[in-house]
Design a protein around this ligand. Structure first.
Ligand code: AMP
Length: 372
């Protein structure tokens, strides 16, 4: 537990990463009177459009990192693949929340799964694949259908190959591994899940934790398409999922936000799939449906303010606008029940998250949604 004084409104928050998550953190921070300074290498930064300051520089540019740290009071991130060394360097200058150790674990699927298992939480069966020998061992250890994933830098299904249950599996794994450039990988047993859910937890510097209700996530082409809040599951499972997220946030000694993605297996077991040490796409519905949004909660956590109530006053659905989906903005706005968010990205590319639409439902109505 870190004993710290709260950073008062008016302080400056540095955000590593310039995407839409940073944009929505900066908007929430502004509502509480903070000023945000974005640091990212990209020439276009949706977050910088709504922030007080922006540094465009590489994460390995020490002089730029030093100047950035000098210009802010606390540093956070909206993107977990920031080099751990850069975060450790920044931490010698200003508090970085979450810190380098949280990133070290959550940047690596193997460490992440080891971490979940050490907490006694379920995961898909997994084995490392970092050599031809390990490919054969993994084939034997994980029979049946499986997924080979790069340990690092995978998102939205990138860096993944399906391995069929039949045939010469060790050879198929070796081949897929070579196609992935021989990068360190893990082989995961394929989970025949009933649904995918996620839970977002925020933890303050004093160890206080607050979770949002678990939500159900539907993917299209491995990119999040639809979130249904809350997940249409029995209360006991919702509670269990929240408890798992609390334990993860506590054991990580997190200051900030973590999103825990889980599978609900056909056997009723919850398995941890992935941890993201930041605000998350599946939490966007909280902007309209909860007393405190995930973005404001994150700002509260990193600034040492009391965490807000995560109670929801409505159920909700959130649909991502991917690529040219966002071209329909005028039509979307014509339906007064739609709450449209656009991220201000100038170039539309297939698979690119351009915005999202939230629709509120009366409390309790989410459970009656047809299986759409
Ligand atoms: P990930 O990048 O690990 O979140 O994977 C992206 C998506 O691929 C997940 O949301 C699932 O829909 C699917 N997926 C990943 N791992 C598995 C698995 N072990 N079994 C079944 N589906 C998976």
């Amino acid at each position: 537990m870190i004993a710290t004084a709260a950073l008062p409104p008016g302080s400056r928050i540095g955000i590593l990463g310039g995407g839409q998550l940073g944009r929505m953190i900066a908007i929430a921070a502004a509502e509480l009177g903070y000023r945000c300074h974005i640091f990212c290498p990209e020439a276009e930064a949706p977050a910088a459009d709504v922030a007080a300051a922006w540094t465009q520089a590489g994460y390995d540019d020490e002089a730029a990192l030093r100047a950035f740290a000098g210009a802010v009071d606390v540093i956070t991130l909206e993107f977990e693949n920031i080099p751990v060394g850069s975060v450790a360097f920044l931490a010698t200058l200003k508090p970085v929340r979450p810190g380098a150790e949280v990133l070290r674990i959550t940047q690596d699927r193997l460490l992440e799964k080891d971490f979940a298992r050490a907490l006694g939480l379920g995961t898909a069966p997994y084995a490392p694949v970092g050599s031809e020998g390990e490919a054969a061992e993994a084939a034997a250890a994980i029979p049946g259908r499986a997924v080979l994933k790069t340990r690092r830098f995978g998102y939205d299904g990138k860096g993944q190959r399906l391995i069929a249950a039949e045939g010469e599996r060790a050879g198929a794994i070796r081949e897929a591994w070579a196609e992935m450039g021989g990068a360190p990988c893990i082989l995961e047993g394929f989970v025949d899940f009933r649904c995918e859910i996620s839970v977002i937890a925020a933890r303050g510097p004093d160890g206080a934790i607050a979770t949002f209700v678990p939500v159900e996530n539907r993917h299209r082409a491995q990119i999040l398409d639809l979130t249904i809040a809350p997940a249409r599951l029995p209360a006991s499972l919702l509670q269990e999922a929240e408890e798992m997220a609390r334990r993860i946030a506590g054991r990580l000694d997190l200051c900030g936000t973590v999103a825990v993605e889980m599978f609900l297996g056909r056997d009723g077991r919850l398995l941890v799939n992935e941890l993201a040490p930041r605000v998350h796409n599946s939490g966007h519905w909280t902007i309209e449906a909860c007393l405190t949004s995930q973005f404001q909660q994150h700002v509260r956590a990193i600034c040492g303010l009391p965490l807000g109530s995560t109670a929801r006053h409505a159920d909700a659905t959130m649909r991502n606008l991917i690529g040219h989906d966002a071209d329909a903005w005028a039509e979307i706005l014509r339906d007064p029940a739609n709450r449209l968010h656009l991220y201000g990205k100038s170039e539309t590319r297939p698979g690119r998250k351009m915005g999202h639409v939230t629709r509120l439902l009366p409390l309790g109505a989410g459970g009656d949604l047809a299986d759409f």
